[in-house]
Design a protein around this ligand. Structure first.
Ligand code: TMP
Length: 208
């Protein structure tokens, strides 16, 4: 059932939201019923955890950040993602466990082994069929977010932090080339979207 589960990843400012909407729209025009969702969040309770994670009023120890990410994910999986997949729907999710590997692992320095144990515990049976990694140099990507107004806990992080996050994402893509497709997010949008169309064609030809 994970054949219909697609995730989109990347640091802030690479155009995730636009391309998540595009992917969903392209599936819908093919007559496919798709749930578009995001992490952290995607259900009322998980959205409350998102608010805590993005706007906490006190310091959040890295271990608490890691556990809250997985707590939100467990809620989202049980109450939203699994029921949708079980009903035969497709799911396009803006971020999933690769974001934890990249931000809490690469960015905060939490041990990869611990993250994998939590991933196994929370969703050992479920891995995205395809993950689109939108990649851009940190300075280019962040320049796009800095005009968006008030920043959350992650957006206030340093260039060095996002450099580690990006490197961790690229390492995942190098490790899992059959799942993770990297797209150059600095390319013109039409080029990015025609690559997304090709990816959908490949997934659909495999699942039919
Ligand atoms: P978004 O604004 O791109 O939706 O993501 C919210 C922030 O949460 C973003 O800065 C990345 C961060 N995040 C993590 O640190 N770990 C995770 O597992 C997820 C899903 C998001």
């Amino acid at each position: 059932m994970s054949g219909r589960f697609i995730t989109v990843e990347g640091i802030e400012g690479v155009g995730k939201s636009t391309n998540v909407r595009w992917l969903a729209e392209r599936l819908r025009v093919r007559g496919i019923d798709v749930l578009v969702t995001r992490e952290p969040g995607g259900t009322p309770l998980a959205e409350r955890l998102r608010d805590v994670l993005l706007h906490a009023e006190e310091a959040v120890p890295p271990v608490a950040e890691l556990l809250l990410m997985f707590a939100a994910r467990a809620v989202h999986l049980e109450n939203q993602i699994r029921p949708a997949l079980a009903a035969g729907r497709w799911v396009v999710c803006d971020r999933f466990t690769d974001a934890t590997r990249a931000y809490q692992g690469g960015g905060r320095g939490e041990a990869g082994e611990r993250i994998e144990q939590l991933a196994e515990w929370v969703h050992g049976d479920l891995t995205p069929a395809r993950t689109v990694l939108l990649d851009a140099p940190v300075d280019v990507a962040l320049a796009r977010t800095r005009d968006r107004g008030s920043e959350d806990r992650f957006e206030r992080e340093s260039l060095a932090f996002f450099g580690r996050v990006r490197a961790a994402y690229l390492a995942i893509a190098a490790r899992e080339p059959s799942r993770v497709v990297t797209i150059d997010a600095t390319a013109p949008l039409t080029q990015v979207q025609s690559r997304l169309d090709q990816i959908l064609d490949e997934i659909l030809s495999k699942s039919s």
